[in-house]
Design a binder for this molecule. Sequence first.
Ligand SMILES: Cc1cc2nc3c(=O)[nH]c(=O)nc-3n(C[C@H](O)[C@H](O)[C@H](O)COP(=O)(O)OP(=O)(O)OC[C@H]3O[C@@H](n4cnc5c(N)ncnc54)[C@H](O)[C@@H]3O)c2cc1C
Length: 406
Amino acid sequence: MTNANDMNVSTIVIVGGGVIGLSSAYHLARRGVPRVVLLEKDTVGAGASSRAGGIITAQLWSKTGIEARKLSLRLFQEISEELRPYGYRFQAVGCLNLFSPADWCEREKLLPLYRECGLPYETLAAAEIRQRWPLLAPADDIIGLFDPLGGYSEPDDYIPALAQHCRALGVDIREGVTVTDFVVERGRVMGIRADGEFLAADQVICCAHSWTNRLLAAVGLQLPMKSFVHQRYLTAPLAKAPALPAVNANPAGVYLRPAKGDRLLVGGETANRLEQENPAYGFGMDDLRAPAGFSARLRGKAQALLPALAQAPFQVERVGLIAFSMDGEPILGAVSGVSGLLLGTAFHSGGFAYNPVAGKLLADLATEGETTLDITAFSPDRFKPAEASVYRKSRLRQNQAFSRRH
Ligand SMILES: Cc1cc2nc3c(=O)[nH]c(=O)nc-3n(C[C@H](O)[C@H](O)[C@H](O)COP(=O)(O)OP(=O)(O)OC[C@H]3O[C@@H](n4cnc5c(N)ncnc54)[C@H](O)[C@@H]3O)c2cc1C
């Protein structure tokens, strides 16, 4: 295990108690940082994290993304053992990504990269999918790409288990505390100000999701990222547990997976909805609503693929924000100009899947100043200022931003 004193780090403050902040806290505590303080304006998990579908796949679009997710999947398995006493278990059912013939042309181009990265996959024709998972009824022209390492995690189990474990490891988690400023002197972060109080820190890790730009404004920084409303539903219990992998049904704009209690989880985006502009600190994701009639339309699309859904009405709706950067890749790393400040945000609709590795990478940077994985592609400094400014000023609908699921 790394020695946290490599960089003389004694206090690290984390802003945001979603899965990215919690995972950072966990990795920092595990490597012996003397004082880790996590500040959350609401309650742990109250942001996007508790709304996540929890679907995890490593079949992404870039080498960095794929390598990071491979690590995430391994860490999900490992942490599953560690969190078992708290009632959490990673569900290794695999993840089936579905494509129309037109979209498949694009995805097929990524297969050499998957092979280069040692990522196992299976391509499946519609008939093979129907045979392997009789509950699924894809149309004949659908192509499946199965990720045998993928699966899902129940946020309602994972988040409290991880928070409890962090506390047991000595992390000081403070809820109901709003950070309003990063305190910077001569280009170096000295700490944060929260509810009028100063808290000194050697490093600050900002995991404030859609609130990141509001916080960064205080230090004259802005990231080219956009937030959009996203929703998912939990059905009533079925007669028996549905034997299914997690499914990204891209042609239908739907995803689904089995869920705890013999239920199904079904989600999808609102393609035409305008972005949610920089939320105020007082804004909470409970303030969001899905558009009228959305759940019925989503159900119709999902039922075409999974006819058994007809027997299971939606019972629970969760609505939250997903955040996309200008190029669709996460934003993770140090910012030039403010040393000691690290950012982890814009994980598209895949922040839950990224969380174990994102926390590890942020902990690596905070304690060692470097990561074993090359994450240049995630750098907050990678954007050209003029393009980033135009992007920030634009007003986009979800379907005008990057289309990246999980
Ligand atoms: C409906 C839905 C379904 C999704 N499905 C999936 C999925 O299947 N798989 C997947 O991988 N991802 C999924 N996602 C995306 C995933 O939920 C997010 O990418 C992930 O939760 C982001 O985690 P986070 O910790 O960055 O954000 P959050 O969970 O939002 O945490 C940020 C926290 O920071 C706090 N905060 C903000 N400002 C301040 C401040 N000034 N002071 C103190 N605290 C502050 C907020 O209250 C919040 O709790 C889904 C998202 C939604 C909305």
